[in-house]
Design a protein around this ligand. Structure first.
Ligand code: CMC
Length: 392
């Protein structure tokens, strides 16, 4: 018989070597290529972080300018891709559209793509990073029945995305710089997070040599679930359902009840057992953005703060080491920016695409790379006597 370790949920299995992201879950540390997430979120913009993840170093001024030009060259999508949107019901969830449309990109870039050529891999990576805001904004435009806005290469990455989301052809629209900055920060905080479910999915799909655009679509599918990226949407729905701060206790009690499957969305993490450093930056950003937008007394923020306070003092959450995670505060900022709840996870996908594609490149370059092929513990029947159909 074969010998292997049985490890459901891969809680103690390292699947690869990586130089991209480092997490110390006990100390609440996250670093990308050795730089702390705090330093990156405070001092860099998303394009610099994307460059860092992909290439291993922070860019200098010239490298950054060239990178941004290279990315903007690819922001448009093939005109035929419009037609894919028309195939979806108008009320389709935008994540469903993302899985379909990003997967469809593989049909536009397949035959000519040699994944063993580093240059071609880099072009595919640029294409993905560049086209995601366009594809994501169009998923939203489709749902509200407005014309698609083309990307604007005179705008920065986050600004361009917000422009494609909210501008309409019949009037001038200027993106609020406070919102563009906040969006950029949210993208940085979601850019990469070592071997989480969606990144592992991208690596596993890619380990067979599959088309990278199709692999990213697989990552988007994995991200969609409420235990992963779908949590940001679920948090806002939960806060809305709680409704008033005095009902927080009731929901905390529900979350603790063993017989109730309800969990506090935006709480807990497989690796962080002290705090999620991204959540701290997100909470701070949330207060800043609401302040700068002049939004006072946001009821959802009050409920969130109350929830955090009660949960952090509660024995159940202390014992199980459950703390707010990155998704806990992001939804409140996104809502304040006018982003509809159903788009929250799409934004996560947009940001994480840089991490996914950096990890995919690292995997393809790794000489020890083999097809991912977990084993199983078979618990079914064996050696049964076959009974012909008419005798069963
Ligand atoms: N509320 C109440 N109880 C919880 C929660 C929660 N949010 N999270 C975990 N627990 C309990 C769980 O019931 C279990 O209790 P017991 O040991 O008595 O069975 C214990 O804590 C350990 O939970 P687990 O499910 O075994 O832990 P995991 O590492 O498999 O899951 C998690 C991690 C993030 C999926 C989980 O904490 C969760 O479902 N959280 C809510 C969803 C969420 O916010 N997800 C976003 C994660 S961070 C960003 C991202 O990846 O997108």
């Amino acid at each position: 018989t074969d010998h292997f370790t049985y490890d459901p949920g891969f809680t103690s299995t390292g699947s690869c070597e990586s130089k991209i992201s480092f997490i110390d879950g006990d100390k609440g540390i996250l670093q990308h290529r050795g730089y702390s997430i705090e330093d990156l979120a405070e001092n860099c913009d998303f394009m610099e972080v994307a460059y860092l993840l992909l290439k291993g170093e922070l860019p200098n001024i010239d490298e950054k300018a060239k990178f941004e030009t290279d990315i903007t060259m690819h922001t448009m999508v093939h005109e035929q891709l419009h037609k894919f949107y028309d195939g979806f019901r108008r009320d389709a969830h935008p994540m469903a559209i993302m899985v379909g449309v990003v997967g469809a990109l593989s049909a536009f870039y397949h035959d000519s793509l040699d994944i063993n050529d580093p240059h071609q891999r880099m072009v595919a990576s640029y294409r993905l990073i560049a086209k995601m805001p366009t594809i994501a904004a169009w998923a939203y435009k489709y749902s509200v029945g407005q014309p698609f806005m083309y990307p604007r290469n005179d705008m920065r990455y986050a600004e361009d995305f917000l422009h494609m989301m909210f501008a309409v052809p019949c009037e001038d629209y200027k993106v609020n710089p406070v919102l563009a900055k906040a969006m950029d920060r949210i993208l940085i905080l979601h850019a990469d997070h070592e071997q989480n479910a969606s990144t592992s999915t991208v690596r596993l799909a890619g380990s067979s040599g599959a088309n990278p655009f199709a692999c990213i679509a697989a990552g988007i599918a994995s991200l969609w679930g409420p235990a992963h990226g779908g949590a940001n949407e679920a948090v806002l729905n939960m806060l809305t359902e709680i409704g008033t701060p005095d009902r927080v206790g009731e929901f905390v009690a529900k979350a603790k009840d063993k017989n109730d499957p309800f969990r506090l969305m935006g709480f807990g993490h497989r690796v962080y057992k002290n705090f999620d450093p991204r959540a701290k930056i997100m909470a701070k950003t949330c207060h800043e953005v609401l302040g700068e937008l002049g939004i006072k007394d946001e009821p959802l923020l009050e409920i969130a703060m109350q929830l955090e306070k009660i949960a952090l003092e509660d024995d159940y959450f202390i014992e199980k080491k459950l703390y707010p995670n990155v998704d806990f505060y992001s939804g409140i900022i996104l809502k304040a920016m006018g982003i509809p709840t159903s788009m929250f996870t799409v934004l996560f996908a947009l940001a994480r695409t840089t991490g996914w594609i950096a990890q995919w490149n690292e995997m393809i370059e790794d000489p020890s790379q083999r097809i991912g092929r977990p084993r199983q513990l078979y618990t079914g029947e064996v050696d049964r006597d076959f009974v012909p159909l008419h005798q069963r």
